[in-house]
Every structure is written in C-alpha cells, then in structure tokens.
Design a binder for this molecule. Structure first.
Ligand code: HEC
Length: 220
C-alpha cells in the first residue's frame, strides 16, 4: 500500500498530481496581503521595551504622535519597529525628518548599538549628513492609536484654550517645525500645563507647521 502511494506513476501519483494542482488553485485565489500593516501612533510618550517583562530594559522613549509599524502582538503589548533620522555621532535622538527637530525617539547612550541604519541623505543646502535608523521593541497597547485624529483633537483642545490666554491663537502653518520647538520652550511653561500636555501641543504644532503640513497631508 505505502509502496503504491510513494510511486511516481499509477493512480495514486495521478491523484497526488490533482491534489497539488487543486492546492495551487486555492492559494492563487487567496489575496496577497500587504507586507507591512498600517502604522499606529503614540498618543503619549511611552517606553520602547526590549522584552515584555516588568524588568525589561528601556531601549528608547517614544515621542507623541510617532508612527510605528506592527511586527507582532502579545495582548497588552505590541512589538513594533520605529524609524527616525539622526546625525552621525548624535544617534541618541531620532527625528521624523532630516533637519526637522520633531522627536520620534530618545535613546539612553547604552542602547544606541541597537539602531540599524536603513538610509542615508545629505542636506544639499548645509552639506549635513543624516542617517535613517530603525529600532525594534515592545510598547504598551494602551499608548497606541490607529490614527492621529484623536491625538490631534486632544492637542487642539489644549492649544485653543491654553495658548490664547495672553494673545490671539497663532496659526500653526505660519511657523516651521523648528521655530515651534524654540517657541514652545518659552510659551509651554507660560501655560502652566503639565509637561506632557505641553509636549502634546508641541507635537501638534510641529506636524502642522509650514514645512511639515504637506508631508503629513500626503500620508495615505
Ligand atoms: C502667560 C501669557 C502667554 C501664554 C499662556 C502664551 N503666550 Fe505666546 N506670547 C506671550 C507674549 C507676552 C508674547 C510676546 C513675545 C514675548 O514676550 O516672548 C508671546 C509670543 C508668542 C509667539 C511669538 C511669535 C508671534 O507670533 O508673535 C508665539 C508663536 C506664541 N506666543 C505662541 C504661543 C503658544 C503656542 C502658546 C501655548 C503653548 C502660548 N504662546 C502661550 C504670552 C503668552
């Protein structure tokens, strides 16, 4: 019996041929899934952990509104990859774009060895080199949102009330992302809001600035 099943011809071999042709057809009908799922976003600053363990090492502190790509899920935690741009020799801070100080992640010095370079760019105006780095780790599900919309709604509510106590509401698009960073160093504390709320307003203004709003709007 087993001799017949293993033979390369005869009725059993023909049957195996049909079965494998049928499987080929079934697999060809399954739609091809995209290689990477949609990104998710940080609603609050959160640690990127090396493992899902209470004693885990913190690889980095992720910034508000940073986009991360999902690799795996473990209930309360999600394994993610994050990418950001750094100056060679200053890899402890990753920015969303070369030259724009929109912080995606901050790393302790001891963790920079985990960064994997994925792209390089030289700013044509300044001649400055930038390296795009990738980092993987685990982040609490509670800190993540499927889109930036709820994050921006919370940010707008704070901006529209706390930043209008002394003067008119400023227009985010009238300043660059780097101008917003320096203004918020002075204006943030004037609001009397907790640091995390100031950081939320900063993230909102920096990603709606004159030199970033069009990049953000072009997102799928
Ligand atoms: C306690 C009062 C106060 C609060 C609250 C405040 N500002 Fe200001 N802001 C000022 C004053 C006064 C100036 C004028 C320049 C100076 O004194 O620094 C100013 C100037 C500015 C400027 C300078 C450029 C311009 O258009 O004149 C910007 C931008 C700005 N504020 C944004 C903000 C934002 C964003 C917030 C909320 C995070 C905020 N401000 C909250 C008092 C305040």
């Amino acid at each position: 019996m087993s001799g017949e099943l293993n033979s390369t011809h005869g009725p059993a071999a023909r049957l195996r041929g049909w079965v494998s042709a049928l499987w080929g057809l079934v697999f060809s009908l399954i739609p091809v899934l995209p290689a990477t799922a949609d990104p998710v976003f940080l609603a609050e600053p959160a640690p990127l952990l090396a493992t899902v363990d209470t004693r885990s090492v913190t690889i980095a502190e992720l910034g508000i509104a940073a986009a991360v790509e999902t690799l795996a899920s473990d209930g309360a935690y999600r394994q993610v990859a994050v990418t950001g741009w750094a100056r060679p020799g200053a890899e402890r801070v990753l920015f969303a774009w070369p030259g724009k100080q929109v912080i995606v992640a901050r790393l302790p010095r001891a963790q920079t060895g985990r960064l994997v370079p994925v792209a390089r760019e030289t700013d044509p105006d300044t001649g400055t080199d930038w390296v795009e780095m990738r980092l993987e780790g685990w982040v609490a599900e509670a800190a993540l949102r499927p889109s930036r919309t709820p994050i921006w709604e919370a940010a707008w509510a704070l901006f529209a009330t706390s930043c209008t106590a002394c003067h008119e509401r400023r227009v985010p698009e009238n300043y660059t992302a780097n101008q917003w960073r320096s203004y918020l160093k002075v204006m943030g504390p004037r609001t009397g809001l907790p640091e995390e709320s100031q950081a939320l307003i900063l993230a909102f203004l920096q990603r709606h600035a004159s030199d970033t709003i069009h990049i953000e709007e072009a997102r799928p």
